[in-house]
Design a protein around this ligand. Structure first.
Ligand code: HEM
Length: 438
């Protein structure tokens, strides 16, 4: 198949095949025959593609590979144990390379260090069009996509899947804008209390409020304007199967801007860096490099407290009078406190999404004795994070080093607020716009 034909096939035919197989109207064998006989032969040698073309083909063949792998594992009793057998007999391109060899060559050609399976980057960042974050019309950050057709490729062509991918991409763009403001401050020579810094910190706080609002708005929509939880659990997530044992399937947990923010702002979770390093195979080269850099540096709150001649331990045991004195002498601490609070609130809103669309419905299924999905469990995320781990992460973000200031600042989050509620006293940053521009 020619490249352009492949693009049209993935947009129009692949979702129809997946829907038909899942409803029992078509067999996975007939789907495989079409892939083997019509789709894979004639694909270009990856070495002839430019990096951008290669990235688009990784999106296309990633969706095809995930579909093939899912249907194989669903119908073969030992499919989960031998996922790569899904691709037996698949030969791609004029040189008839085994599918996984061809796919690996394609990913290498992207020049990004992309793993040899589909990924967060291919499904979200490259698939969805370019997203721009603007403040009062002024661009703050641009998260490029690899397509400019305004379409979103998905497994079954349903609005819910498309809206989910767009939600994640818009969120990542907002997070990129936050990190673009904060990362320059991570340079050890920068003072963290100057007027320029305060402007950056306040803007970043507004952007995190906007991120939280994006999460809350998604949850507030009726299922037909967001995504039905059953579809998320039984259809969408079941495409995130392994392609080889031990590989890292696509997950929101691979959102690199969220990971960077945790290292910029700090998170009190033991071995968090090791947890993140386990995800490294599914990230891109520049993402791994940025995280490596940030992991090796002190966090911004650590440096800030040091510049105020104190530290997290002393703040935790300080009485109200000392805290007030500290704030009087270092007024910018309030701005940093608000930033860390906004970060924690965004995490709380994300936790609410994970409960709403996954953990609570699965709990109901367990109560009703319905059980779990066999391929991708709905009792945990695709990289294995449980509800209690997500709660721990949220709690750790809330218990940030400046949290003791809550006792003397009135606008803080109450300590006893349940983790999955979304406080309504935050004003959305009305001047922030997050738009798909391609
Ligand atoms: C309906 C929407 C969403 C649901 C149901 C959801 C669910 C989940 C689940 C189940 C996990 C655990 C993942 C694993 O084990 O690999 C997770 C983790 C994560 N998701 Fe989402 N998610 C949603 C939206 C988003 C969005 C829009 C983003 C932002 C780009 C995002 C970013 C993350 C991050 C960074 C993690 C790692 C955990 C953390 O740092 O707190 N998610 N999500």
């Amino acid at each position: 198949m020619e490249l352009q034909q492949l693009g049209a096939w993935v947009l129009d035919e692949l979702p129809a095949w997946n829907r038909a197989i899942l409803s029992g109207e078509a067999s996975a064998e007939s789907f495989n025959a079409v892939i083997r006989e019509n789709v894979l032969p004639g694909l270009p040698d990856p070495a002839r593609l430019d990096p951008s073309e290669a990235r688009r083909q990784v999106v296309h063949l990633g969706l095809i590979g995930a579909s093939t792998a899912r249907h194989y594992q669903e119908r073969m009793p030992d499919g989960k144990a031998n996922p790569e057998r899904a691709f037996d007999g698949f030969a791609a391109g004029t040189e008839e390379l085994p599918f996984l060899t061809y796919f690996a060559a394609l990913t290498d050609r992207t020049g990004t260090g992309h793993c040899h399976r589909d990924s967060y980057a291919s499904l979200v960042r490259w698939n969805v069009g370019t997203v721009e974050v603007r403040l009062d019309g002024r661009p703050l950050a641009v998260l490029p996509g690899e397509f400019d057709d305004g379409r979103v490729r998905s497994y079954t062509g349903t609005g819910g899947e498309e809206r989910f991918f767009v939600l994640v991409k818009r969120s990542e763009a907002l997070e990129l804008a936050v990190n673009t403001l904060l990362e320059p401050l991570a340079d050890g020579d920068t003072r963290l209390d100057g007027p320029d810094v305060v402007t950056r910190v306040r803007l970043a706080t507004g952007l995190l409020d906007a991120l939280r609002q994006v999460f809350v708005d998604f949850a507030a929509q009726p299922p037909e304007r967001s995504m039905p939880a059953d579809h998320f659990m039984d259809v969408f997530r079941q495409f995130a199967v392994h392609w080889s044992p031990g590989d890292v399937p696509p997950s929101g947990a691979l959102d690199p801007e969220a990971l960077k923010r945790d290292f910029l702002l700090g998170i009190d979770i033991e071995n968090y860096d090791q947890h993140v390093r386990r995800l490294f195979p599914a990230l891109l080269d520049d993402e791994r490099a940025a995280l490596d850099r940030l992991m090796a540096q002190p966090t911004l709150p650590e440096r800030l407290l040091a510049s105020c001649a104190t530290d997290a331990g002393r703040l935790a045991t300080a009485g109200p009078a000392d805290l007030r004195r500290l704030l009087r002498d270092n007024p910018t601490l309030q701005d940093w406190y608000r930033l860390l609070t906004a970060h924690a609130r965004a995490a709380g809103a994300h936790l609410m999404l994970s409960k709403r669309f996954l953990f609570k419905p699965q709990y109901q299924r367990d109560l009703a004795g319905v059980g779990d999905q066999v391929l991708v469990s709905n009792r945990a995320g695709t990289t294995g994070m449980t509800e209690s781990f997500l709660e721990r992460l949220t709690r750790a973000r809330r218990n940030h080093p400046l949290a003791p200031l809550r006792r003397v600042l009135t606008s803080g989050t109450p300590d006893d607020e349940p983790l999955d509620t979304v406080p309504s006293d935050m004003s959305p940053a009305g001047s922030v716009a997050v738009a798909l521009v391609a």
